[in-house]
Design a protein. Structure first.
Length: 176
């Protein structure tokens, strides 16, 4: 044996071999501290009683027809509710309006248009732009040209002027 191990053995009192020990001899404090009656479990740890299971109805043709009729009724109610909600939202929405920043006045006719694109579309539908459409400056399909106002303004630069919204309202009030 090494000197350290022999020194440790000399310091430690001799203890009996673990093979000969019983439970009471090795851990007497544990044996004494254990209660004689079991502790009750807290109520949260006790399992809850299972709810009674509903009886399953046999799948008959009549039962399936009733279930299908109920589902159709619910579907109709949902469709009605959705359409009512859409109508309510549509009534609450404000109608589309121009931002009020720029309106266009036609110097030739004196008419005020609510936007640049509205000017182009209105003149196109009225047929006043026929000579420009025939020159194909608005493209193959002039109705789909979203930049028609800019082409129109380049073709007739002196005919239109931008008007502020306040000035346009004053002009409308004077005309009425």
């Amino acid at each position: 044996m090494s000197k350290k191990k022999s020194a440790i053995k000399a310091v430690e009192p001799s203890t009996p071999e673990p093979e000969n020990l019983t439970l009471e001899e090795t851990k007497p404090e544990l044996v004494e501290s254990q209660p004689t009656h079991p502790e009750p479990k807290p109520p949260s740890l006790t399992p809850a009683p299972e709810p009674p299971k509903p009886e399953k109805k046999p799948l008959t043709l009549n039962y399936l027809n009733q279930e299908l009729a109920l589902l159709k009724k619910q579907l109709q109610e949902h469709a009605t509710l959705i359409s009512q909600l859409q109508e309510t939202l549509a009534r609450k929405r404000k109608p589309p309006a121009s931002n009020g920043k720029v309106q266009i006045k036609d110097k030739l006719t004196g008419k005020i248009y609510k936007s640049k694109n509205n000017t182009y579309q209105s003149l196109l539908k009225s047929g006043e732009l026929k000579e420009l459409v025939d020159q194909i400056i608005f493209g193959d399909i002039p109705e789909k040209n979203t930049f028609g106002w800019y082409v129109l303004n380049r073709a007739w630069p002196d005919r239109f002027e931008e008007v502020k919204a306040e000035e346009a309202h004053q002009a409308e009030d004077i005309q009425l």
